[in-house]
Design a protein around this ligand. Structure first.
Ligand code: NAP
Length: 327
C-alpha cells in the first residue's frame, strides 16, 4: 500500500481506502462472515481508512464495521457521517442543526462502541441551516474530544469555502470517477487551493467502470442502483460503449478496468483518496493492487478524451437525491 496525506494538516491514510459494499448485510448471516473477511483482508493489505455513515443499511453498517475492526482499532481511521436522512415515504431530508449534530455524534459513538470518531462528515448540506452553524457544532465535537477531523460531502465550492472559513476541513467527500468528472471544474480546484483533501466516492461509477454491468440484469433485483439513471437501459447502452474502451486499455496493462479507473483517479492529484465499495475480499485485493498501476501520459490523455465532460449518459442520482447535491 501507499499512503497519502488528507488535507494540509490531516492524517496520512492508505491511498486506496475502503467504502461500504453495495449489498446490505444482515447480522449473523454468512454475508456477515464475507463482510468480515473483506475488512480483514483490507487490513492485511495495509488499508487504513474505512468509510461509514449513520445512513448505511439503516445504521447496521456502522455496527458491523466497528465490530470487524475492533481488534485492530488503533491501526485504522473510521470515518462516518450524519445528516442524510431517508424518510419513510422514500423522500430525502437533511438536518444540519447544531443540536442534531451533537445528537448524531453521540449515537454513532455509542453504536460503534468508540471513544472518538476519526473523521466526521456532514453527509448532505442543509439548505435551511447556514453551513457555519453546522460546522461550528462539528468543531465543538473536536474540542470535546469526540471527533478528530471533520469534512463535508457534496458541497458546492462556495459552501466549501464558507465551511472551511468556520473551521478547517480535512476533506471533502464527493463522487468522482472517469464517468463523473464535473468536480474538476471548480470543486477540485477549490480543494487544492484551500488544502482540503478529496475523498472520491463511487470511484468505480457504482460498479459501471468494472465492466461487469452490461445490462440492468447484471444488477441484483433489490439493488437500488437499478433506479440510478446511469443504469437505465438507454443510458447504460451508451455507458457500456465507453467502458468497452476502458476494458481494452486495461488489457494492455494486464489490469482490470476497475484498477485502471482507480489508477486514473490517483494520478489526478496526490490529495485524492478513492474509496471503492465492496464486501468481497478478492475485490479488495484487486483494488489495493491498483496503487502500483502507473498509467502513461498518452493513455491518461486518451482516457480523458473517451470520458470527456458530458460523455457519460444519465444523471448520477434519481431526481429526489439530485436536489441534495452541489448546494
Ligand atoms: N458521501 C456520500 O454521499 C457517498 C455516497 C455514495 C457512496 N459513498 C461511499 O463511497 C463508497 C463507494 O461508492 P459505491 O460503493 O457507491 O460505488 P463504487 O465504489 O464506484 O462501486 C462499487 C461497486 O463496484 C463493485 N466493485 C468494487 N471493487 C471491484 C473490483 N475490484 N472489481 C469488480 N467490481 C468491484 C462492487 O461490487 P462488490 O460489492 O460485489 O465487490 C460494487 O458493486 C461507498 O461504498 C460509500 O462508502 C459516499
Amino acid at each position: 500500500m501507499k499512503y497519502r496525506r488528507l488535507g494540509r494538516n490531516g492524517p496520512k491514510v492508505s491511498a486506496i481506502s475502503m467504502g461500504r459494499g453495495a449489498t446490505p448485510v444482515r447480522f449473523d448471516t454468512p454475508e456477515e462472515a464475507e463482510f468480515n473477511a473483506a475488512i480483514h483482508r483490507a487490513l492485511d493489505l495495509g488499508i487504513t481508512m474505512f468509510d461509514s455513515s449513520d445512513a448505511y443499511w439503516g445504521t447496521r453498517h456502522e455496527v458491523l464495521l466497528a465490530r470487524a475492526l475492533k481488534a485492530r482499532r488503533n491501526e485504522v481511521l473510521i470515518t462516518t457521517k450524519f445528516g442524510n436522512i431517508d424518510l419513510p415515504d422514500g423522500k430525502k431530508a437533511t438536518n444540519g442543526r447544531p443540536e442534531y449534530v451533537h445528537q448524531c455524534c453521540d449515537e454513532s459513538l455509542k453504536r460503534m462502541g468508540l471513544d472518538v470518531i476519526d473523521m466526521y462528515f456532514f453527509h448532505r448540506v442543509d439548505p435551511n441551516v447556514p453551513i457555519e452553524e453546522t460546522v461550528g457544532a462539528m468543531s465543538e465535537l473536536i474540542s470535546r474530544g469526540k471527533v478528530r477531523f471533520i469534512g463535508i460531502c457534496e458541497a458546492s465550492a462556495k459552501t466549501l469555502r464558507r465551511a472551511h472559513g468556520e473551521h478547517p476541513l480535512t476533506a471533502l467527500q464527493t463522487e468522482y470517477s472517469l464517468w463523473f468528472r464535473d468536480v474538476e471544474k471548480d470543486i477540485l480546484p477549490a480543494c487544492k487551493e484551500l488544502g482540503i483533501g478529496y475523498i472520491a466516492y463511487a470511484p468505480l461509477g457504482r460498479g459501471l467502470l468494472t465492466g461487469r454491468i452490461k445490462s440492468v440484469d447484471d444488477i441484483p433485483e433489490n439493488d437500488r442502483r437499478r433506479r440510478h439513471p446511469r443504469f437505465h437501459p438507454e443510458n447504460l447502452a451508451k455507458n457500456v460503449k465507453l467502458v468497452a474502451e476502458l476494458e481494452a486499455m486495461a488489457k494492455s496493462y494486464e489490469a482490470t478496468p476497475a484498477q485502471l479507473a482507480l489508477a486514473w483517479i490517483l494520478a489526478r492529484w496526490e490529495g485524492i483518496v478513492p474509496i471503492p465499495g465492496t464486501n468481497n475480499a478478492k475485490n479488495v485485493e484487486l483494488n489495493a493492487a491498483a496503487v502500483d498501476l502507473s498509467v502513461n501520459a498518452k493513455d491518461v490523455a486518451r482516457l480523458n478524451e473517451i470520458f470527456a465532460f458530458g460523455a457519460g449518459a444519465g444523471e448520477r442520482y434519481m431526481p429526489n437525491a439530485l436536489k441534495g447535491v452541489g448546494i
